[in-house]
Design a protein around this ligand. Structure first.
Ligand SMILES: NC(=O)C1=CN([C@@H]2O[C@H](COP(=O)(O)OP(=O)(O)OC[C@H]3O[C@@H](n4cnc5c(N)ncnc54)[C@H](O)[C@@H]3O)[C@@H](O)[C@H]2O)[C@@H](O)CC1
Ligand SMILES: Nc1ncnc2c1ncn2[C@@H]1O[C@H](COP(=O)(O)OP(=O)(O)OP(=O)(O)O)[C@@H](O)[C@H]1O
Length: 370
């Protein structure tokens, strides 16, 4: 497994970001990301709000939410920016509700399914139909929370869906592995993540103290997050992954090509980014030294010493984008915890996404600080 150095991931990710310094004023509304979040039920209204607001705050232009009517009323009062479609409505048939969502999905780059969806049978039925429709459209999707519960009940829904990114927490990961008869032990967790990814044919982002991102082979993110485990942090991550993926698609379509360093479209996508980005990102093979043995500072110096300019050649863009989102969310969690300690909440995290993003990812800001 490769451990990705956060600074290198950030540096590489910049090549895929829409410019914000006025150098590409030709960009139109929507070209920097249109996201749809499918979730939000009568019980859970916060989760889709966190996901969609995090998508906006990290830089997507437009965020839609398709939800249960009761969630819709609440979400509208939380934010006027979100475009709310209360179409997961039990007065419709599951098929009618799914068709409405699939129509909206045609207008967006990435669909997040799951935050606050609940395990209500109607909601899961609609989600399953949406998933099948999106697979047919070859839409990029991010599946989280109850959508992962659905996948553990019906793995065939995502089988072979190569444009799907699954973002399980520990419990969701165990459930998926149990369904697919994949043994999980602490020592062999990485093997289990790789196996889950290979068996389903999807990208997996396993959340935890260290995040593991796999498309059959994995990379690991060791950015320090927050010791506080308040609900909603995973929702933020799903929305932010969606934003980064929308930029991957935008770069692939040549939208940001006025920016220096943007790789040519043929080099992006599922192919490796070796030629486009060669030598700029620094990744290293995992040191055999355990962090327990050498401590964080020791590990950091091992990392720096082992840097290999060319190894990034093996990291596909989708993994890079997911890794960037994992790093950002950890940094956001750390900032929110520094501000409020035990009183930190996901709402505060949403509030600080913009500042943390520009300090960490926007080159001019980051230069000012260093
Ligand atoms: N404000 C809101 O509206 C929020 C709503 N949320 C929604 O709440 C719903 C349920 O999500 P939960 O994460 O509670 O789902 P679960 O009911 O699967 O999990 C309950 C808790 O137990 C943990 N867990 C489950 N299985 C475990 C295992 N085998 N080992 C260790 N830990 C395990 C989970 O991580 C979680 O913290 C989802 O729709 C989700 O999106 C959450 O996203 C949090 C915020
Ligand atoms: N032990 C931990 N230490 C630090 N960060 C963690 C830890 N566990 C998870 N995280 C981070 O918290 C974020 C959310 O992960 P978590 O496992 O809480 O997801 P979740 O249960 O799906 O969240 P949600 O409450 O939104 O449903 C991710 O960025 C993850 O990397």
């Amino acid at each position: 497994m490769k451990i990705l150095h956060s600074k290198s991931v950030v540096r590489e990710t910049r090549a895929f970001m829409p410019p914000i310094d006025g150098s590409a004023s030709g960009l139109r509304k929507g070209q920097s990301g249109r996201i749809l979040v499918v979730g939000g039920s009568s019980e859970y209204t916060g989760a889709p709000f966190y996901a969609s607001m995090a998508a906006l705050r990290s830089g997507a232009d437009i965020a839609h939410v398709a939800c249960h009517p009761r969630a819709g009323a609440a979400i509208r009062t939380l934010s006027p920016e979100l475009i709310v479609h209360p179409c997961l409505d039990p007065v419709l048939t599951a098929n009618e509700a799914a068709q409405r969502v699939l129509e909206i999905a045609k207008r967006v780059h990435v669909v997040v399914i799951g935050p606050g969806l609940s395990r209500d049978s109607f909601m899961l039925d609609v989600a399953a139909r949406i998933l099948l429709g999106l697979k047919e459209q070859e839409k990029m999707v991010v599946l989280d929370a109850d959508a992962l519960f659905l996948c553990s009940q019906r793995p065939e829904l995502v089988n072979g869906y190569r444009n799907a990114v699954l973002t399980p927490n520990h419990g969701e990961f165990l459930r998926l592995c149990e369904t697919l008869n994949i043994p999980v032990s602490d020592n062999e967790r990485v093997d289990a993540v790789n196996l889950l990814s290979s068996r389903l044919g999807c990208c997996i982002v396993l959340k935890g103290e260290e995040d593991i991102v796999s498309n059959g082979t994995s990379v690991c993110i060791r950015e320090r997050g927050s010791p506080r485990r308040c609900g909603g942090q995973g929702d933020l991550l799903s929305g932010i992954i969606a934003t980064f993926i929308s930029w991957m698609l935008g770069a692939k379509a040549g939208l940001y090509s006025r920016q220096a360093n943007v790789p040519s479209t043929k080099d992006i996508g599922d192919k490796h980014i070796a030629d486009a980005l060669k030598g700029k990102t620094r990744v290293l093979e995992e040191s055999r030294l355990s962090r327990n043995a050498i401590g964080d500072a020791g590990a950091a110096s091992v990392i720096v010493n082992l840097i290999d300019e060319d190894v990034m050649a093996d990291v596909p863009v989708l993994l890079l984008m997911c890794s960037a989102a994992c790093i950002l969310v950890k940094q956001v969690a750390r900032r929110a915890f520094d501000m409020k300690g035990r009183a930190m909440t996901a709402t505060l995290m949403v509030d600080v996404v913009g500042d943390v993003f520009s300090e960490s990812f926007d080159e001019a800001e980051s230069k000012k600080r260093n």
